[in-house]
Design a protein around this ligand. Sequence first.
Ligand code: UD1
Length: 431
Amino acid sequence: MERIVVTGGAVLEGEVEVPGAKNSVLKLMAASLLAEGRTVLRDVPGIVDVRIMAELLRRLGCVVEHDAAARTCAIDVPAEVGHRADYELVRAMRASISVLGPLTARVGRADVAVPGGDAIGSRGLDLHVEGLRAMGADVHVDHGYLVTEAPAGGLRGAEVALAFPSVGATENLLMAAVLARGRTVLSGVAREPEIDDLVDLLLAMGARISGRGGSELVVDGVDALSPAEHAVVPDRVVAGTWAYAAAITGGRVHVRGARPEHLVMALDKLREAGAEVEPTGTGILVQGPDRPRPVDVATLPYPGFPTDLQPFALALAAVADGSCVVTENLFEARFRFAHELERLGADLVVDGHHVLVRGRPGLSAAPVEASDIRAGAALVVAALRAEGTTAVHGVGHVDRGYEDVVAALRGLGADVRREVVEPAEALLPVD
Ligand code: UD1
């Protein structure tokens, strides 16, 4: 077992680098299945989820070379690929379901374990299923697996209107549509920058897609795609993590590689809180205020405030000079983090999908537990404003989405270390 140990009080100063986006690279890796041959991805983050997706692709018959130092991932896709995504992998990483669309389109069948609920909510798959059915697939659940079968002759183009702009459903249906016969019109789609990144890779592979960046994508299916090379879009959530960390500690951080145009709402909220935020041409420079002002935040699909940055908005509110309300509109269980923040002394009340936060000048160190990737990173960041030494348990969650959070924070002047502890010792106080 490992824990991250943070001694509070540092004012972050310096520069951090943002790698390619977790939420994009996993889908790009899945998209490689659509074409026989070698697809090469660049700016690939060295995170655990990439290793899980690589394992999933290997089990489908691909040869995957992930060079963490060079930040590349080369995927050799054979002529015949398998069709099963095992429960152990889907349970470890829900994004495994993004092979559903590519496999149904290229192999004509997918058996993907049903992910079930996770720490941030129940997370339905109905939109993925309805869309594939509209394209002619038979979809049913068999012994815990979602089984899709394309009709003889393959998927066919269809008009699919999403009732909600789901990121995962948009991606799966787009990857299915590129090899379907005829035209697919996907409306009400998600508009996250990671969707544009997927569209760019698919276009490079020879797909015919129009409407990039909008809420309607029109796809004219082709018979076959070719492998391609592609650089992954920078991770806006990691960039936002560092921007909020600078603001929370009153520090000054250059977030190199951040794309301000992908973070408009999150950066506006930081400015409202009193931070100075300047695009630098190579990233963004954030100068935090001595004490943040309280700012109401409500998460919404892109370009709204990202749900993945909501825990950081809560951490900022916890040390603000006044009260505010943070509202979560996407995932019902995402406030588990709020209760861990209370362990650090935050003064808050959770009511349904709202949290009322009364800011305090500082927090106080305590042992805390990460429940998901962003909650884990936000606990580490909040601990920087806590008096004393905080142990953050559940570090495995953080590793799923962040390359080396400890090294990055040390580079910014924080007193942070990572410790391996025996399970019984994990419960003991930090020295
Ligand atoms: C992706 C991101 C996640 C981010 C989220 C929203 C990855 C690996 N994960 O998750 O970090 O927080 O987008 O920006 O890219 N829903 C349904 N039925 C469906 C599909 C979704 O009801 O068929 C609901 C979900 O339960 C959830 C909401 O829609 O409440 C948002 O889900 P979705 O946009 O699909 O997010 P993910 O793709 O799961």
